[in-house]
Design a protein around this ligand. Structure first.
Ligand code: NDP
Length: 288
């Protein structure tokens, strides 16, 4: 069996083409505020990717590049100002923050209605109780990649390796919502390989290079690799040994070119949806 390569770049382009059309219909360009604290090299690259993607789609990105020695309270006060700024539709705080800041205290300062990453307690809470809310971008990206295969997910056994607030936990919820039976593995899981071999859908989000090899994959499984790791030669690799699972998995995402491009796309998908919702609220008020 040949392993089908799920091309995240091509899928992202397809999504973005649709989004360009949607943005052109809006009365105003959606406006995203990106808050970057300090000069973390990978963060600078990620922010540039987001700016380039936004420009393609027709979205306005305003970058606030702040000092790494500012206090956590000063950053929170800055975010609260963005919350009350009516021209800002969405706010994204680029991670990681400097070590003296608590990530989730900062994220929870974002107004849930402007939380484009869907990571505030309010939005994660909505996901966990099955209410409407903004869903986190990387888990959304994984779901879009899975759904691009056009195979029903209901009843499949999904194993998610990783249980972070950013990826593993919300992704497990999204898979549950789709009717999968979900097993969540983590660093204390015993005999990871045999747990993974139960999966019809295997998603790995650990950041451990090539943690997942041939012995972890059931014949015919779909494998989604969220992990990103920079090797000594500067090249990127994922959690999954992509070569080793060829001929075993029925489909798999590569790194790079899998989950990454779709994650960036989903930020803007969320932002457009938020903008449309805001416009709807305004037009309803005008009718009243
Ligand atoms: P975290 O470090 O927050 O979480 C990693 C998770 O992996 C933890 O739950 C940890 O378990 C688990 N883990 C670590 N080692 C093992 C192991 N040997 N066996 C099983 N589980 C293990 O990372 P994130 O969730 O934030 O990110 C995960 C990866 O995804 C990273 O490489 C990150 O760069 C990448 N990423 C990629 C994105 C993209 O767009 N492609 C977006 C976001 C992240 P425990 O909880 O027990 O410690």
């Amino acid at each position: 069996m040949e392993t089908y390569c799920i091309n995240g770049k091509v899928l992202a382009e397809r999504y973005q083409t649709q989004m360009i059309e949607e943005v052109a219909q809006l009365s105003q360009k959606p406006h995203l505020a990106v808050v970057l604290v300090g000069d973390h090299p990978a963060s600078l690259v990620y922010v540039r990717h987001k700016q380039a993607c936004a420009q393609r789609i027709g979205i306005e990105v305003e970058l606030f590049h702040l000092s790494p020695i500012m206090t956590e309270d000063a950053l929170i006060a800055f975010i609260r100002e963005l919350n009350t700024n009516p021209t800002v539709d969405g706010i994204l705080v680029q991670m990681p923050l400097p070590p003296h800041m608590r990530d989730y205290r900062v994220i929870d300062a974002i107004d849930p209605a402007k939380d484009v990453d869907g990571l505030t307690r309010a939005n994660l809470g909505c996901l966990f109780v099955g209410e409407k809310g903004i869903r986190p971008c990387t888990p959304l990206a994984c779901m879009a990649l899975l759904q691009s295969l056009d195979r029903p997910l209901v009843g499949l056994h999904a194993v998610v390796v990783g249980r972070s607030r950013l990826v593993g936990k919300p992704l497990a919820q999204l898979l549950l919502e789709k009717g999968c039976t979900v097993t969540q593995a983590h660093s204390h899981t015993r005999d990871l390989a045999s747990i993974c071999r139960m999966a019809d859908v295997l998603v790995s989000a650990t950041g451990m290079p090539h943690l997942i090899g041939a012995s972890h994959v059931k014949k015919g499984a779909i494998v989604i690799d969220v992990g990103i790791h920079k090797k000594e030669d500067g090249k990127l690799c994922g959690d999954v040994d992509f070569q080793a699972i060829q001929g075993i998995a029925s489909a798999a995402t590569p790194v790079p070119g899998g989950v990454g491009p779709m994650t960036v796309t989903m930020i803007f998908r969320n932002l457009i949806d938020m903008r449309v919702k805001k416009d709807l609220l305004v037009s309803k008020k005008m009718v009243k």
